[in-house]
Design a protein around this ligand. Sequence first.
Ligand code: ADP
Ligand code: MG
Length: 363
Amino acid sequence: MIKVDHLSKSYGTLKVLRDITTEIKKGEVVAIIGPSGTGKSTFLRCLNLLDTPTGGLISIDGQNILDPKTDVPKIRQKMNMVFQSFNLFSHLTVLENLTLAPVKLRGVSLEQAKTRGMELLRLVGLGEKAEQFPHELSGGQKQRVAIARCLAMEPEVILFDEPTSALDPTMVSEVLSVIRRLAKDGMTMAIVTHEMDFARDVASRIFYMDQGLIYEEGTPDQIFNNPQKELTRSFINRVKTCRYSIASADFDLYAMNGQIQVFCEKHAISAKTCGNLLLVSEEVLQLYKPLLSSRKLEVIVGYSEKTGQIELVFESDGHIGNVLEAEDLDDNLPLVLIRGYTDGIEFQHGESGDRLRLLVRKS
Ligand code: ADP
Ligand code: MG
């Protein structure tokens, strides 16, 4: 139904979306998760034409919507959006909020619009509130009105941008329940959310967005129980990360160490532990040095606020092998050293690349 091809978006020199290619099929519920500032809202805004992409293609039902001849209001009606901040018209009653656009933009008679409006208000549990004004409603009620208003345009797809993040925690579930109901009824939806449990049970597919990309996608089971990439895993486990990409053997070690030190200070990791971390990373990189001319390597430092564990991960999208797997330990000085400063070493060889994970000793 929606097809996105090499979509990119920059603001000046800031590349927000780098290269997004994906498809959303009819009846699918896609939950979009990821750290803030990674372009989730921008992605939805591009789909809805609230932002103009810098490059790439978006088509809906085979129609290229980036064509200048596109009827933009029509596309927005087909693919309607619900915002974090409700955006209700404060001078109109709840029912008038629902009837305005259908009458003006879809040419529906006022009578019809009112009848349908009341149906939708009942659907979201707010039949009683039709004649009230938005300021008389709670946040959760306002958001349910916003959802009903969106439905009043008879959209084929609904885009939700963090629909519950402006709400008092006690009101989150009433809004999520309404969205769950729409999912059950087969509505096609893309939902940006920080509510992980909700994402896991409502979505048929999860997009993990990071670095301006759909960094990893899969079923909820794949993403939450068996993520293939380190950044996804860290995000799911709420591990804070610091990441450095190495693209050649002549990489800037000092800049990398500087970043790691700043990260340690920010998370109150002791200078001594930080020293261990830097030492281990330097030794491992020394061992990988012959590979660095031909392979890209990501160095990721992870700090779990929950367990206090500090991990050092080397990840590549190709085969790098386990450099810490030596036969005679006694002769291998770097290895002895690395073992002395770590509490665990794990190597994974996966479909999408290799990953070496070390648990750094704290001191
Ligand atoms: P997310 O929704 O994942 O938190 P956004 O899509 O809101 O991320 O923003 C991604 C990046 O784009 C951020 O760095 C943000 O500051 C920047 N950005 C968003 N909108 C604009 C804009 N209109 N002008 C300039 N920069 C913007
Ligand atoms: Mg956002």
